[in-house]
Every structure is written in structure tokens, then in C-alpha cells.
Design a binder for this molecule. Sequence first.
Ligand code: SAH
Length: 253
Amino acid sequence: MVYFVGAGPGAEDLITVRGERLLKEAQVVIYAGSLVNPELLKGVREGCEVYNSAYMTLEEVMETIIEAEKKGRMTVRLHTGDPCLYGAVREQMDILDREGIPYESCPGVSSFCGAAAALNLEYTLPDVSQSVVITRMEGRTPVPGRESVRAFAEHGATMVLFLSAGLLKELAEQLLLGGFKEDTPAAIVYKATWPEEESHVCTVGTLKETAEKYGITKTALIIVGEAVRHRQYQRSKLYDPGFSTGFRKEAGR
Ligand code: SAH
């Protein structure tokens, strides 16, 4: 059996209880060493084989999993954050399907949640934005043309950019073309929830210089939108005394 497990954004106590249990039971662990906190591997059982997939190809990863399966061993494939975002998990699952090897996914806390926590942000503030666009700049991995940052920026929704910390000049250009302003609030969160976490609030116009000032080139998320500064928003309807819900009657009724 194979478990795809979300390791969480970095802090060793931000893996789920289920993920931690699976890690403790695993006989083989293949972890994404570029971003998974190695402290998470402290609890693996004696004799567990541990591989760092940062040094492996897809073929090598799959060979390791298939070998383990032949020996009746349980494998945890440990991915950073939640495996469903930029996790390259589907290609592994398709091979397992072909091989007839069963697998299951265990979610994790994505880094975009870790970044919100670092800044105490609510991405979906009433009257500011009710949507979060999770996307990336095009790098070596292409992004479909209809999903350009510029096209998404036109919505004015809160945006969270993965894998883009090295492309901030181009990112700011796209954001401005899409209608954000030089002074639209933005933030750079480096290594959210790790001990070395840093978060810097800036603007679209100062993204690049802010990253340069703090020497941030990778392992960072960029957040864009008025939600970052939360200067003007409406209070929630849910907790408004003048609003009845299925659980609570409007005050005075
Ligand atoms: N599946 C992961 C994302 C993997 S893609 C998740 O759910 O978070 C790798 C990118 O995620 C990095 O380039 C960076 O942009 C972002 N990232 C991952 N962990 C991060 C962290 N702790 N802080 C800030 N960004 C992080």
C-alpha cells in the first residue's frame, strides 16, 4: 500500500495526526527533500528505508515504490504542503494504477495557509475579495495562455503566487497590466511556519526591491490584493446581530 501524505508547510507539528501516524507505520519513506522539513523523519520506525526524491527521477521513485510493494512493505510518499498543489502526484498515481498497486491520499496544510497564518490574513474579506486565485508565473513549466497572471489579475481577487519568487519583475508587470496598481498591497512570505520564516508586507510596485533587500529568491509565496492590508472591509453577515442563521435568531425576534 502507498500513501501520498502532505507534510504541511514546514513546521514539524503542522503535519496532520493521520499523516504522522502513517509516517510512523511506514517501512519505506520517499520525501521531497527540497521542501519537506527533515525533522519530520525523526519518528520513523527502526529499519525504515528513507529516500530523498530531490535526487531521484520519477522512474527511480516508482521503481523504489514498486520494489517495496513486491516485498509487501508500506510506503509513504511525503510531499510538501498539500500534495494536490504542484505536487506531481498524478503521474505517480497513473503508474500505480497501471501496476495495480493500491494507494490513498492524506491531505496536508498547504503553504498558502501557512503564509496566511504568518500574516494573520483572511484572504476572503467581505467587500474586498471573496475568491483566492492560486497560480504561478510561467517558468520551465508552461502555464496555459488563458491562465496568465494578467488575465487573473483582471478579476481583482486575492492572488497567491507559488513558484514565482525569482520572477518578480515580470510578475509585477503582469499584475499592473491586469489592473492592479503600483500601490496595491502585496506580501512576500519566505519559509512560512519554518523557524526561519520571514514575512514582508510591501506593494506590487516594490515586490522586486523587497525580495532583493531580504535576499529572497525561492521558497516564498507572493500574496497580492487589498486583503493584505485589510484597511476597508465589511463585517461578516454570519455574526451580525441583525442576521438570522440556522443556528441563531436575529436579535429582538
Ligand atoms: N504542495 C505545496 C506546493 C509545492 S510547489 C503546498 O501545498 O504548499 C513549491 C512552492 O511552494 C515553492 O516554490 C514556494 O512557492 C511554495 N512553498 C512551499 N512551502 C513554502 C513555505 N513554507 N513558505 C513559502 N512558500 C512555500
